[in-house]
Design a protein around this ligand. Structure first.
Ligand SMILES: Cc1cc2nc3c(=O)[nH]c(=O)nc-3n(C[C@H](O)[C@H](O)[C@H](O)COP(=O)(O)OP(=O)(O)OC[C@H]3O[C@@H](n4cnc5c(N)ncnc54)[C@H](O)[C@@H]3O)c2cc1C
Length: 376
């Protein structure tokens, strides 16, 4: 986004290229994210390879419902792996003669309060290098250097959950043509896909779960038990080739700017995976940042930079509200007699009430970004 506005930028990445290209993470892109990639001229492969979804399926009480947000809005969700998006970006930077600097070790950020920040790193040959910049975009995730650098200057609101998602990647046919959330009194099961014969599925499990205690057979049995339905064929099983355990949490740090260091994406906020907002929020932050920096170089105006944190945070909190809504509806939180009937009533409302379904779909497919990526 910066290079396309004629602003020089260097991307530092601590991992090697092969690792970054292969890292399996997010898979659902909002229409809004796809629109931006399209405007950047980076959507050709996506349009050729991605799965285009209308919404998602919802199953509870052994009944299956399709929430068709496309029918409501004319927009779509797109299944295209985060690694593919990242690969397209890496290739584009190479083409533009600004290749990502991989294997940048011991990155440090200094001078961000003076207006002349410096980013130092050790390159692949062991040489220490220093980049002098006007701005630093901290896009290095929750465990990165940028967040840690300003840790004592930001405040964090956090909510953790007593459960995690046990995830598998498997060679099997997806049970539904689009992703499905199955709500069950004993907890959530998620059925998503990475292609016509590869499934990505999750089970809600206690936060202290030992992954080794879950054999493939046990995982399939539990997925089948929670997802049993009277109106659908049984879930197909297959070879599991990846297994993971991800704790769930919600977190927002403010402000998202300290001096000339800006926090973007997971460096500033985390959403639970329910509703697939994490990657999409990172793109939205990048648009706000790029627009503000573009305005500064085009006209010298600083107000957009000053407003960066508030502008980005408005959308971040909308996404948090959406994720919380879905998370609280789909997961088992309590053993009391209130938890399941309450959740079931909320789910039934989504199925019965067009307005409630539309409200969810509107956010799922992507609220408009608060700014364009380019300053005009
Ligand atoms: C298993 C899993 C499934 C997910 N599913 C979804 C989904 O379906 N939809 C969705 O929207 N989100 C999903 N997410 C969340 C999503 O992946 C993140 O929200 C998103 O990657 C955030 O992007 P980011 O650019 O802020 O951070 P990251 O993608 O984490 O990128 C940060 C980069 O900085 C690098 N880095 C870290 N430290 C340093 C350092 N010191 N120096 C240099 N480089 C450094 C890292 O190697 C990394 O490449 C999922 C996450 C996981 C783990």
């Amino acid at each position: 986004m910066l290079l396309r506005q004629g602003i020089d930028a260097i991307v530092l990445e601590q991992r090697d290229e092969a690792y970054v290209r292969a890292r399996v993470r997010a898979g659902v892109l909002e229409q809004t994210t796809v629109d931006v990639l399209d405007q950047l001229g980076l959507a050709d492969r996506l349009y050729a390879e991605a799965l285009r979804h209308d919404g998602f399926y919802l199953r509870f009480d052994r009944s299956t419902h399709k929430l068709d947000f496309h029918a409501d809005t004319g927009r779509n969700a797109w299944v295209y792996g985060q690694a593919e998006v990242v690969a397209d970006l890496i290739d584009d930077l190479k083409k533009r003669d600004r290749p990502v600097v991989f294997e940048a070790a011991d990155v440090s950020v200094d001078g961000y309060l003076t207006g002349r920040p410096e980013v130092a790193y050790t390159d692949g040959e062991g040489r220490r290098r220093v980049i002098e910049a006007d701005f630093v975009a901290g896009c290095d995730g929750f465990h990165g250097v940028c967040r840690a650098t300003v840790a004592d200057r930001i405040a964090t609101a956090e909510r953790s959950y007593p459960f995690a998602w046990l995830g598998i990647l498997a060679h099997s046919t997806p049970v539904t043509a689009e992703g499905m959330y199955t709500a069950h009194p004993d907890g959530l099961a998620v059925h998503s896909m990475r292609g016509p014969h590869i499934t990505r599925q999750y089970l809600q499990v206690p936060a202290d779960t030992d992954l080794d205690a879950w054999s493939d057979e046990r995982i399939w049995a539990e997925l089948r038990r929670r997802s049993a339905a009277d109106d659908w064929p049984e879930l197909e099983t297959g070879e599991v080739f990846e297994k993971s355990l991800a704790p769930l949490r919600s977190l927002v740090s403010e402000p998202m700017r300290v001096g000339s260091l800006f926090l973007l994406g997971d460096a500033a906020h985390i959403v639970p995976p329910t509703g697939a907002k994490g990657l999409n929020l990172a793109v939205s932050d990048a648009c706000v940042f790029s627009h503000a920096v573009g305005g500064f170089y085009a006209t010298g105006r600083k107000d957009l930079l000053d407003a960066y944190s508030d502008t980005a945070l408005d959308r971040v909190w909308q996404a948090q509200a959406f994720s919380w809504n879905l998370t609280s509806m789909l997961h088992r939180f309590d053993d009391d007699g209130f938890d399941w009937p309450l959740r079931r009533a909320r789910l039934q409302r989504l199925v019965d009430c067009d307005d409630d379904r539309r409200a969810i779909g509107h956010v799922y497919l992507g609220l408009p970004f608060p700014t364009a990526w380019r300053y005009e």
